[in-house]
Design a protein. Structure first.
Lengths: 188, 224
């Protein structure tokens, strides 16, 4: 008799445990949260101005000695050093002992107009400079005009600075292939 | 030689036209049992970066990013997946506020954006938005579009913007009436193949024993 009661209790306990487990299996749910840190980066435009001599060496930073009528070898080109193509313009700034000169004062340059077009004091490259590309030379020689450089220039330092600016060509349409019509040229 | 070169050229051309071009997609995978999400592909800036296409952006760009959210949990559960934006990190607000961001579910009308605001904001994704209920193997695709204005100034060159999104799942057991999960795995009768293997082995052993016995009989006959 006692055995039967024990058996009933055991069966009832087992059933209760089973029902509890089943109800938990029905109601239980997990939830979890995960965080993604997304990143947006912006590109840039970068270039290198190369100044070389006829011998393929870098033009000396300290400069060279000149006399009136000198013809100095100086090949200037610009290399695209970024991942984006760009339009390019260059400008030569002349000076003597830190004072600015006008272009005609002392120097004579032979700009290669096959590739460079003058507009508002800047020479615009007539095309797109793609990543890794280097432009043809802007000029390859600088002539010191003998008739302009008189005795008053003795012992002075003449300077020729090449300034360059670039603007992206992607999403930047131009008119009739004229690169100075591009948008976004920086202020001087 | 000429023929070989021609053949190789044709082969290269055919292969190059056949091989698919893979776009870089973002992927969010939930593996089940309240485990972690896996975010891919990540980047050098963040291991959980879902925006591989939004790198080196330039003024005027309009870029798109597909993100696949997948339930990889087993067949016994279904999950509800939610998304919300926590917005830009503090030092990224100025940069990301210049950019426009749109998010929509691929299968819906592309104009029905669940998010359409400046990239630094949380806007319509401030609170949890349910992406749907996914059964095992189910997925939902998000289309993210980034608009970079042409007026983006030079001061924003080489910037990095961080934008946090959170994903949440609620996991439920499959109930009666739910669609049957897709069949996965091998359907062949393994018992049958096993029985076949055992009987083949037994047959092989019997044959070897018979052969040995025959050889012994022949040898004893020669001795006599």
């Amino acid at each position: 008799m006692l055995g039967k009661i024990k058996m009933k209790i055991v069966v009832a306990s087992l059933m209760a445990a089973l029902i509890t487990l089943m109800s938990q299996a029905t109601l239980a749910y997990y939830s979890t949260v995960g965080k993604a840190t997304n990143v947006v980066t912006s590109g840039n435009i970068q270039f290198i101005i190369h100044e070389m001599t006829d011998q393929g060496k870098e033009f000396p930073k300290e400069g060279v000695y000149i006399v009136p009528g000198s013809r100095v070898s100086k090949r200037v080109s610009i290399e695209n050093d970024c991942e984006h193509p760009f339009y390019l313009r260059v400008k030569m700034v002349y000076g003597v002992d830190a004072q600015e000169l006008s272009a005609e004062d002392c120097f004579k340059l032979e700009i290669d107009e096959t590739y460079w077009e003058l507009h508002d004091g800047w020479y615009y490259y007539k095309g797109i400079v793609n990543p890794g590309e280097t432009t043809p030379n802007v000029f390859s020689h600088v002539e010191i005009v003998g008739s302009k450089v008189d005795n008053s220039y003795i012992g002075k330092t003449l300077t020729l600075t090449v300034k360059a600016q670039a603007v992206q060509s992607e999403n930047n349409p131009i008119t009739d292939g004229i690169t100075y019509t591009a948008s976004g040229w920086p202020a001087e | 030689m000429k023929k070989i070169i021609t053949l190789l050229t044709v082969l290269v051309l055919v292969l190059s036209s056949v091989l698919p071009v893979y776009a870089a997609d973002g992927k969010v995978t939930y593996s089940g049992n309240a485990g972690n999400f896996v975010f891919e592909p990540g980047s050098e800036h963040s291991l959980t970066d879902l925006f591989p296409n939004f790198k080196g952006i330039m003024p005027g760009d309009t870029l798109t990013q597909k993100i696949t959210v997948k339930n990889d949990a087993d067949n016994k559960v279904k999950v509800k997946i939610y998304i919300r934006s926590l917005g830009a990190h503090e030092d990224s607000v100025e940069f990301l506020s210049q950019l426009g961001l749109k998010v929509s579910k691929s299968e819906e009308n592309e104009m029905a954006y669940m998010f359409d605001a400046a990239a630094n904001e949380t806007a319509q994704l401030t609170d949890w938005v349910c992406l749907g209920t996914l059964y095992s193997g189910g997925e939902v695709n998000l289309d993210v579009t980034l608009n970079v204005p042409t007026s983006l100034d030079n001061e924003f060159q080489n910037k990095i913007g961080y934008l946090d999104w959170e994903f949440m799942i609620e996991e439920f057991p499959i109930e009666e009436g739910d669609p049957k999960p897709p069949q996965t795995g091998d359907n062949s009768n393994m018992g049958l193949w096993f029985a076949l293997m055992i009987s083949s082995l037994a047959m092989l052993i019997v044959l070897l024993v018979w052969r040995k016995k025959d050889k012994e009989d022949e040898e004893s006959a020669v001795k006599r």
